[in-house]
Design a protein around this ligand. Structure first.
Ligand SMILES: Cc1cc2nc3c(=O)[nH]c(=O)nc-3n(C[C@H](O)[C@H](O)[C@H](O)COP(=O)(O)OP(=O)(O)OC[C@H]3O[C@@H](n4cnc5c(N)ncnc54)[C@H](O)[C@@H]3O)c2cc1C
Length: 389
């Protein structure tokens, strides 16, 4: 990954394209290296996956090996960055993955015995233990896997909070919203106003935008696979549905995942996984898992679903929401507050399990970083750190 040694010049400036969490964490890491930063975002504010996610800093479910190590490093970095930028809402809340059936409990038992369970800070709890850790879980459950390594940040607050921290650091950080990068050259980009921005390095963090300046340099799979591809892992896009309730009267001390999440996170690929019965039909159709996070204002963020085939729906599917709300109500042991917001989000993901994200040098002095998939909020500071190593 140490490709940058060959492309850095000596202007002491980095140009970053994309105001999502990947671009913003690259700005944080560049400033740590004493580099000046010009930061372009085409919208007035980040509007991509980074403001639409749960804010889960999720170590528990990561694939053993490099992915787990990257997530652990990212978790450390989040903590140190949040000490300077408390407005990110970072808190080491931990998580509980809850079993509602014997087969799910068997998976949790085997996960708690994994050789790297200690690194994930796993502890298997019985129902009383679950309620001791998180008294809001008053519904029917058979046990839970507590992961103390997991944490939470606030997706709607984190980007402006990080930029405010960068701005406090002096004139070396320049934020340029409303500037869309439309042309690339060695060590530079031109925006839609015709202005060139040059530096030792340009870092493209353009998210799930598979057209535009990044398009010719991505090996895209699926319906947008017209790009020639310049090597690197194949990328695809995934669309997820989410909702947020009004404030919940109780306090959730941890984030919560249900047994369906065991199907989606590679850490749980243990022998007992094969004995899980099929998901409920509506959940299987939308590839749903319940993830539940209480926001700082008390509201609950609830998701998610997974749509892989493009063109994606332009509307949201109520059946999947009914299922997720019912699952959350069952675990909390009562009805939820009214839903106040629904939305969908799209992330870009490297296809296959071997690669964690995509980084390529697309021309001298220009690097493209994307594709962390559902790990992007978690891993962004460690990915940015690797760019500047
Ligand atoms: C619903 C949902 C839930 C998720 N939950 C989690 C979670 O809890 N934990 C976790 O770790 N990950 C989660 N993820 C994944 C995570 O959100 C993403 O991996 C991450 O946000 C990607 O960050 P990004 O900066 O690459 O992309 P984005 O946030 O999409 O940012 C890209 C930015 O680039 C800008 N841009 C694009 N092209 C140009 C251009 N030419 N010029 C200027 N600007 C440009 C866009 O406007 C955009 O603001 C979730 C994702 C979704 C969709």
């Amino acid at each position: 990954m140490a490709i940058l040694v060959t492309v850095m010049g000596d202007s002491g400036r980095v140009v970053i394209v994309g105001g999502g969490i990947l671009g913003t964490m690259h700005a944080v890491m560049a400033r740590r290296h004493g580099l000046a930063v010009t930061h372009l975002e085409r919208e007035a504010e980040g509007r991509g996956a980074s403001v639409r996610n749960f804010g889960l800093i999720w170590v528990s479910g990561r694939r053993a090996g490099a992915e787990l190590a990257l997530a652990q490093r990212a978790r450390e970095l989040w903590e140190s960055i949040a000490a300077d930028a408390p407005g990110t809402g970072f808190r080491p809340a931990g998580s509980l993955t809850v079993a509602s059936s014997e087969p799910e409990l068997a998976v949790l038992r085997e996960a708690a015995d994994l050789p790297d369970a200690k690194q994930r800070e796993f502890e298997l709890l019985d129902p009383a233990g679950v309620r001791e850790v998180n008294p809001a879980l008053r519904g029917e459950l058979l046990g839970g896997l507590w992961c103390r390594a997991d944490a939470i940040a606030e997706p709607r607050l984190a980007l402006p909070a990080l930029r405010a921290f960068l701005a406090r650091g002096g004139p070396g950080y320049e934020w340029l919203p409303g500037h869309e990068a439309v042309e690339l050259a060695e060590h530079g980009v031109r925006d839609q106003l015709g202005q060139w921005h040059r530096g030792d390095l340009v870092v493209l963090c353009t998210g799930a935008n598979f057209t535009g300046i990044a398009g010719p340099h991505l090996a895209v799979t699926g319906a947008l696979a017209s790009a020639p591809g310049a090597g690197g892992a194949g990328l695809r896009r995934v669309r997820l549905q989410m909702l947020q309730t009004l404030p919940f009267p109780g306090r959730l001390t941890t984030s919560v995942a249900d047994g369906d999440s065991l199907r989606y996170y590679p850490a749980y690929d243990v022998p007992a996984l094969a004995s899980l019965p099929p998901q409920a039909e509506v959940a299987a159709q939308s590839r749903a898992q319940l993830l539940l996070v209480q926001r700082l204002d008390g509201s609950l963020t609830i998701g998610d679903t997974h749509e892989y085939d493009e063109p994606f729906g332009f509307d949201v599917d109520e059946g999947a929401y009914d299922h997720l709300v019912a699952r959350a109500a069952a675990l909390l042991g009562g009805p939820l507050p009214r839903v106040q917001r629904r939305w969908a989000g799209v992330y870009s993901e490297v296809a296959g399990g071997a690669t964690i994200y995509h980084r390529s040098a697309v021309m001298p002095g220009v690097v493209l970083v994307t594709g962390p998939g559902g790990r992007g909020m978690t891993c962004s500071p460690a990915i940015a750190e690797e760019t500047f190593q």
